[in-house]
Design a protein around this ligand. Sequence first.
Ligand SMILES: [Cu+2]
Length: 132
Amino acid sequence: MVTKKQLLLVIFGITLLLVTGCRRGQTSDISDIGLDLSISPDPPTTGPAAVVIQLTDEAGQPLAGAKVELEGNMSHAGMTPVFSQAKEIEPGQYEAPLEFTMGGDWFILVKVTLPDGRQLERQVDVPGVETR
Ligand SMILES: [Cu+2]
């Protein structure tokens, strides 16, 4: 005979399995995507800059065919963010123009849509942009 307590325990176990299973499917594969960002001029100064983003897949291979958008911003009040869309210049390598409109500590939000529709967003800090 299965008691009510045992039945509840089984239901609880299945629920736990489903919850952790879902969570694993959503995040771990995305965090396996490699994102490398470089800026020229280096060190960055105010004015136009070129941002190169390198994407690699779970196996470390160049990730081609993604859509990459950038938002440059600073954390102080009244700052107007700058936006840019990257072009794929070679497989897995994306380049976007970005204008640093003032000196100081910036951060770049990189928004990536993978060819399979999954999306990821990473923040890259760009401290100490110098006024030219
Ligand atoms: Cu600012």
